[in-house]
Design a protein around this ligand. Structure first.
Ligand SMILES: Cc1ncc(COP(=O)(O)O)c(C=O)c1O
Length: 405
């Protein structure tokens, strides 16, 4: 008798669906395609020589080498958590190492928080649009999404408050250089978000993945830093997710969750039952890399990404028709396009891949309610300046053609 997989695989896992866009974008890796689709850092910025030295030092130091190849505690290496706590403190968020759990990238943090806080039908607020990977992690628990619209200053507070007022208690928000729009919240909006969250006892999952990638000076204080329970390890409105993926390298898979103790205690138990801990050697390497490379390396990558952003914005200004609007992000990796209403960005992608040899991500996938048909995400992170300019020119030509049809 053949195995009936559909009867065996649980509903939560069946809730996961493959994205048709992913299939379309498989061709984006071809060299003839100029790709603004990937959400990944520029590999030419990875500090390879430093990693060579760090791995060399670590494996020739007998005691440190053996220790880094051993099992370790589920919370994560104390020295690494201390480094993260110290770094948070420099941006005004006072938390101890007992408020920090090391995770396998911020993505694992999202998955664990979904398992901790969501269940079928429970409502969660997400931005419209929001980070697709977070919604994928949440969807495994089959929650009900409550989409909140965004304006240039952040989420529309009346909508957030309306959700909290009728009982929603969790919101996933990204105040800095959001994926996919590149937008950041103003200070006033951050304070307003915190005020309504506190008023209703709601929790905010603050995704800080891009907070260090600022190209116009200092970033605004995080929600974690602005929370009035700052310094109290037990309470708080904010659970923050951080990562080294955008600032060092994603392959180490080192991220963290910073949360009040009751949350961390549960997450540690889940780690013990799940994957025991994040790779010891990767944590040790991340710590050594952070000590050795920051803040100098951050300046290097900020300069490189700022130049790419400028190139893309200048090309958009030069080539895009009036009917297309776009964000002017002060950091991160993404620019968000709003196309004329008559353009469906999924169809545009097919033409862009075929005719213009340009790739981007259609925006609809980032909306929990599947709106945003005429939007698109462009990443400026990986292509070189001449290809960025070329790709935008080709895309703009295609958009003009499609728009006038
Ligand atoms: C907003 C956001 N959050 C979290 C992640 C996950 O990052 P990682 O798991 O590599 O730390 C990403 C990755 O692209 C992201 O864009």
């Amino acid at each position: 008798m053949t195995v009936q997989w559909n009867d065996l695989i649980v509903r939560d896992a069946r809730a996961l669906t493959a994205s048709e866009i992913r299939d379309l974008l498989k061709v984006a890796d071809r060299p003839e395609i100029i790709s603004f689709a990937g959400g990944v850092p520029d590999p030419s910025l990875f500090p390879l020589a430093d990693f060579n030295a760090i791995y060399g030092d670590l494996t020739t130091d007998e005691a440190a080498g053996r220790k880094s190849l051993q099992y370790s505690i589920s919370e994560g290496l104390p020295a690494l958590r201390q480094w993260i706590a110290d770094d948070l403190a420099t941006s005004g968020a006072v938390r101890g190492i007992d408020n920090i759990l090391i995770t396998c990238g911020a993505q694992q943090g999202l998955d664990m928080l979904a398992r901790l806080l969501l269940e079928p039908g429970r409502e969660i607020v997400v931005e419209k649009p929001s980070y697709l990977g977070a919604m994928q992690a949440f969807s495994m628990r089959r929650p009900t999404y409550v989409g909140v619209n965004m304006d240039d200053d952040g989420p529309v507070i009346a909508e957030l408050e309306a959700a909290f007022e009728r009982g929603v208690r969790i919101a996933y928000l990204a105040p800095d250089f959001q994926n996919p729009t590149g937008r950041s919240y103003t200070l006033e909006r951050r304070l307003a978000v915190l005020e309504v969250a506190r008023k209703y006892g709601a929790v905010i999952l603050e995704d800080a993945a891009y907070c260090k990638l600022s190209y116009e000076g200092d970033v605004l204080p995080s929600l974690l830093a602005l929370d009035e329970t700052n310094g109290d390890p037990q309470t708080g409105t904010i659970i923050q997710l951080g990562t080294f993926s955008k600032t060092l390298v994603p392959a180490l898979r080192i991220g963290w969750v910073c949360a009040p103790r009751p949350v961390i205690e549960r997450l540690v138990l889940m780690t013990q039952a799940g994957d025991l801990h994040v790779s010891t050697i990767n944590q040790e390497v991340a710590l050594r890399a952070a000590r050795r490379l920051f803040p100098g390396h951050l300046d290097t990558i900020r300069d490189a990404y700022r130049a790419k952003r400028n190139t893309m914005l200048a090309a958009l200004d030069e080539f895009m028709p009036e009917a297309v609007s776009y964000t002017r992000p002060e950091g991160g990796m993404f620019i968000w396009l709003t196309l004329p209403e008559n353009i469906d960005s999924r169809q545009l992608l097919e033409q862009a891949l075929h005719d213009a040899k340009v790739a981007f991500v259609p925006g609809q996938a980032f909306f929990c309610d599947h709106t945003g048909r005429n939007t698109a995400r462009l990443s400026f992170a990986t292509e070189k300046a001449d290809r960025i300019r070329d790709g935008i020119e080709r895309l703009a030509l295609l958009i003009r053609r499609v728009h006038n049809q």
